[in-house]
Design a protein around this ligand. Structure first.
Ligand code: PEP
Ligand code: MN
Length: 263
């Protein structure tokens, strides 16, 4: 169902007034984790100023260590909702438990399935049953074919509003957190009709090369970018080393606009 052979035209995903996959490039931005109301409000205000309509933030955090911050859960989803409603944004947030889809539907506009859950088939089926678009991230060790089969799980349940996100894969390279598989972008666009995003934060895990990576992603055909923005990354409860602050986000957006890459 996700194959371009079966459907030659691009799938458009509609989130509020934002149409994804129809030509214009979409930015999804926000903190790694929802930490406080003030933190999310600060980021949401900046998104609004920058004309970005999709606010991300993790409320259920799949952390490598059980001793790391696990997210605020439903409280976090409620904070995202309030910030989005105040600034006229839409919310995208990761859900990790199939049983939480109903909860998600009360707070979020887009359900994110994270890299660690790309082959959590019960979660994929639950995401296929929900009446919300799904933002599906590539597993860190998943092939492009496995990634597309994961999307197929969701679409085969009747939910065709699926976006794919390349977020880097594991290799021996250590100077980046993951290795951004740029070839996955044109491959996914060629093999599938679903919109394709590139997460320029988790893929490289560093701030200094974000602009050329963003340009490469869009040049390769990505429909949009995801990036993490935090008012004070140094004290972030997760991914402190890779999130950018508000002035850096503004300068990133200025740069992308002046390069004519986003509206
Ligand atoms: C995220 O986007 O919040 C995240 C945890 O990313 P990934 O699932 O790609 O690691
Ligand atoms: Mn993160």
């Amino acid at each position: 169902l996700v194959s371009r052979k079966r459907q030659p035209e691009n799938t458009h995903v509609c989130i509020g007034d934002t149409l994804i996959g129809a030509g214009e490039k979409t930015i999804v931005a926000g903190p790694c984790s929802v930490e406080t109301e003030e933190q999310v409000m600060t980021v949401a205000r900046s998104l609004k100023e920058q004309g970005v309509t999709l606010l991300r933030g993790g409320a259920f955090k799949p952390r490598t260590s059980p001793y790391d911050f696990q997210g605020l859960g439903e409280t976090g989803l409620a904070i995202l909702r309030r910030a989005a409603d105040k600034y006229g944004l839409k919310v995208i947030s990761e859900i990790v438990n199939p049983a939480d889809m109903e909860l998600a539907a009360r707070y979020v506009d887009v359900v994110q399935v994270g890299a660690r859950n790309m082959q959590n088939f019960e979660l994929l089926k639950a995401a296929g049953d929900v009446q919300l678009p799904v933002f599906l991230k590539r597993g860190m060790s998943a092939t492009v074919e496995e990634f597309l089969f994961a999307a197929e799980y969701i679409v085969s349940k009747g939910n065709s509003q699926v976006m794919l996100c390349e977020r880097g894969i594991r290799t021996y390279e250590k100077w980046t957190r993951n290795t951004l598989d740029i070839s996955a972008v044109p491959l996914l666009k060629q093999e599938s009709h679903l919109p394709v995003f590139v997460d320029i934060t988790h893929s490289i895990g560093r701030r200094d090369i974000q602009i050329p990576i963003a340009k490469a992603a869009l040049a390769a055909g990505a429909d949009g970018l995801m990036l993490e923005v935090h008012p004070d990354p140094a004290v972030a409860l997760s991914d402190a080393n890779q999130q950018i602050d508000i002035p850096q986000f503004e300068s990133f957006m200025d740069h992308m606009r002046s390069a004519g890459l986003i509206a």
